[in-house]
Design a protein around this ligand. Structure first.
Ligand code: SF4
Length: 333
């Protein structure tokens, strides 16, 4: 069973969202801040358990006392556009509005870009810009639930367009990195989010959650206080081997977001059709891109195969092959 590797600490209710959820909007700076005592407890927990920390920042610096404590532990700062450039070691999260204002990606090279489906049209320009800088885009789509047939086919077209851009910008040894197309080229097994398995979250209320999305959904989703023995109810449902659909899948770049699973299917271990079809569209586009890269003698494509599939949702195969889905569903009861 994989071990806990890192802790996410939400410094303020209005801290930037880096994933498939929205954070809170608060007015005053101090409102919604994690207390110093709780931050101290969270940092001590991380140090004792040898965990790295991802700190989620609001739009302002948290003050000297907090910053000193933050520096006590190995960490990554994840910051909104407003703090981009303030910390040299931070990862900046950008929204569509941040790109429009300046018509460029910003000075930072490794960004998380959160877009909703109508905003995806700005993606090619963002990819061009990041390619120019030799950076990386981690795309998070904010409205996965809206991806029915027509949005999936638009997404497929967009993936083909961006693949073309990446192929053009690739050299013999390098290709601009965008998670949804290039990650699959480098992976040999699932690279999922693994919330609740490799990471946990400490929220501004000082309690633990599977990930920030569960906190913002409801305080009732807390899995308990910060302490060394953590018991997560039905923890096995978070694991790949207890997901009959995901365990037979090779769309390795998929985040396998257990929050979206829970929201859209009511079960932590069952992905939504939307999520599976999007990940398979990406997988297919990566496969097509790989063939073109091979023609260009791109060294990173050597020895990699992404087979063509006859389906775009592994659920169909799980059922056809009589994987006992019921057997796994019983863990929910
Ligand atoms: S479960 Fe993982 S991928 Fe999903 S919202 Fe939480 S952190 Fe993001």
């Amino acid at each position: 069973m994989p071990m806990l590797k890192y802790l996410i600490i939400i410094l303020n209710d209005a801290s930037v969202s880096f994933c498939h959820y929205e954070s809170a909007k608060t007015g005053k700076k101090e409102a919604g801040m994690i207390s110093y005592d709780n931050l101290n407890k969270a940092v001590a927990f991380a140090l004792k358990n040898n965990l790295k920390v991802n700190f989620l920042y609001p739009r302002f610096r948290p003050g000297k006392k907090y910053e000193k404590l933050i520096e006590d532990v190995e960490h990554v700062k994840i910051v909104p556009r407003k703090l981009g450039g303030v910390y040299s070691d931070a990862i900046t999260v950008l929204e569509a509005g941040d790109l429009r204002k300046e018509n460029k990606v910003t000075g930072t090279e490794n960004i998380i870009l959160r877009l909703s489906s109508p905003e995806l049209k700005i993606l090619p320009a963002a990819v061009k810009e990041i390619a120019r800088k030799g950076g990386r885009i981690n795309l998070v789509i904010k409205d996965v639930e809206n991806f029915g047939d027509s949005k999936i086919s638009e997404y497929r077209k967009l993936l083909a367009e961006i693949s073309g851009l990446l192929i053009k910008k690739s050299g013999e040894n390098s290709i601009p990195e965008v998670n949804f197309l290039t990650d699959r080229l480098m992976l040999e097994s699932m690279n999922n989010c693994d919330a609740g398995i490799t990471h946990l979250t400490v929220a501004p209320d000082g309690r633990l959650y599977l990930c920030p999305a569960f906190y913002y959904e409801s305080g009732e989703n807390s899995i308990g206080e910060i302490r060394n023995e953590i018991n997560i109810k039905n923890r096995q449902l978070l694991e790949l081997k207890y997901s009959p659909v995901c365990r037979i899948c090779d769309a390795y770049q998929c985040r396998r977001c257990v929050f979206l699973n829970w929201k859209l299917t009511g079960e932590l271990n069952t992905p939504s059709r939307q999520q599976c079809r999007m990940s398979h569209a990406e997988r297919e586009a990566s496969g097509n891109m790989l063939e073109e890269l091979k023609k260009k003698n791109f060294k990173g494509a050597k020895g990699i195969e992404i087979k063509k599939l006859g389906y775009d949702d592994p659920f169909e195969i799980a059922v056809k092959n009589r994987y006992s889905i019921q057997e796994f569903k019983n863990f929910n009861s």
